[in-house]
Design a protein around this ligand. Structure first.
Ligand code: MN
Length: 402
């Protein structure tokens, strides 16, 4: 087993090194192509004809597109390999929004579009990765510009919701909209909804997949509402408040690190000595969410068993017979829906309560989760208080601490 783990760790490291060197190898010649295409267009090597200038513009545009594609593939591979580390800090929503809006301003002006912006409260701050949050917003905003016709309007609305413990960044447009049957494919890698549209609207087809995965890394999710011909609203929801009794610096410092018994708070040791606490199995592939949920639920008096994939969840469910299962829906390999279906087929687990957690709120999600065997369904970012209530509703209450 440990030999297999070592081999896996080695393979992962090699993949990481490969990606890093591939990134460098691809970017270096591209930089040369772009620089010379630009220099030639400035006619510093002599005057050019209209046709020659147009050809150079095409070389430059294609080169830029290729560079975006390389960057997106690398980001996505890093996330899928679990290698993307967020640099979480306290960030100002106003600064991030203004910086993101500046980046799409020219594109929107060229199409004479009206860009609205609203933020509430004005001094909203949250824990997030500054650069990645900006990347998510710019991604959604450039889509909004791209899919909204000339002279149309779009906007960014940010709202801190203290009751739901979430900050919601909504990018809306008055563009072509998305048909209901296309929604499930929307956040998949390399999917563009319409081959005709993809020719009209250039893009890497990776942007939304990246937005989704980055929101998940933050412990949040993405929701979409859309009407064909009227427009779309994409909402990134990120957790706002921190769980009680946990120092944010502590929580972030241990992010991704293995949890050791030595690092446990004395409070937990007291609780361990008590009668058996209700046992929860958490199936989740994102470390930030694992840390957040297990810290909170352990503090609430539950015993947490973590599985980082669908197959691990099935195996651990058999081994430990949990009192309740929390199931992330979006996981690489076997997703949460298939995992729940398989768990339901095991006679010993047929009646175990399961709560599905999804980072992607889409029409029909609830029905799909319930059909797969879930007893309940919550969207990320999970409102911790609401989650605890839902769990309590399905279990006897945990014993109080001393
Ligand atoms: Mn996930």
């Amino acid at each position: 087993m440990s030999a297999a783990n070592a081999a896996l760790a080695r393979a992962t490291r090699l993949k990481d090194e490969f990606l890093a060197s591939m990134s460098h190898e691809l970017r270096t010649p591209l930089t040369g192509i772009l620089a010379f295409a630009q220099a030639l267009q400035k006619q510093i090597y002599g005057p050019l004809t209209e046709k020659q200038l147009n050809s150079l513009k095409s070389i430059e545009d294609s080169g830029k597109h290729l560079l975006e594609l390389i960057n997106d593939i690398l980001d996505l591979s890093k996330i899928e390999a679990g290698m993307m580390e967020l640099e979480i800090g306290l960030v100002s929503a106003e600064e991030i929004c203004q910086a993101s809006l500046r980046l799409i301003k020219q594109m929107a002006q060229a199409k004479r579009q009206d860009v609205a912006y609203r933020l509430s409260p004005l001094d909203l701050r949250l824990l997030a990765d500054n650069r990645r949050l900006k990347q998510m917003l710019v991604n959604l905003l450039s889509n909004a510009v791209k899919f909204t016709p000339e002279g149309g309007s779009l906007g960014l609305e940010v709202e801190g919701d203290s009751r739901q413990e979430a900050v919601r960044f909504t990018v809306w447009d008055t563009g072509v909209g998305i048909a209901g049957e296309d929604m499930p494919r929307l956040f998949q890698s390399f999917v563009q909804l319409d081959s005709r549209l993809s020719r009209r609207y250039a893009g890497t087809g990776l942007g939304l997949a990246l937005v989704r995965r980055m929101a998940e890394l933050h412990g949040g999710g993405v929701a979409v509402e859309s009407e064909v011909g009227k427009g779309s609203r994409f909402t990134i929801a990120l957790p706002w408040n921190l769980p009680p009794r946990i120092d944010p610096a502590d929580r972030l410092a241990q992010r991704g690190a293995p949890r050791s018994a030595g690092g446990d708070h004395p409070m937990r040791l007291v609780k361990l000595a008590q009668a058996r606490r209700p046992r929860l199995l958490l199936a989740e592939d994102t470390e930030t969410t694992i840390t957040l949920l297990s810290d909170y639920l352990e503090a609430e008096g539950y015993e947490l068993i973590v599985a980082r994939s669908g197959s691990e969840a099935i195996q651990k469910a058999r081994e430990v017979s949990p009192d309740l299962i929390l199931m992330d829906v979006q996981m690489p390999g076997m997703d949460g829906l298939e995992t729940m279906q398989r768990i339901r087929q095991e006679s010993a687990l047929a009646a175990t309560p399961m709560i599905a957690l999804t980072a992607l709120a889409m029409p029909g999600d609830r029905e799909r989760c319930l059909a797969a065997g879930a007893n309940d369904y919550l969207t990320k970012p999970v409102n911790l208080e609401g989650l605890a209530q839902t769990i309590r509703g399905k279990l006897p209450a945990p014993e109080e601490g001393v």
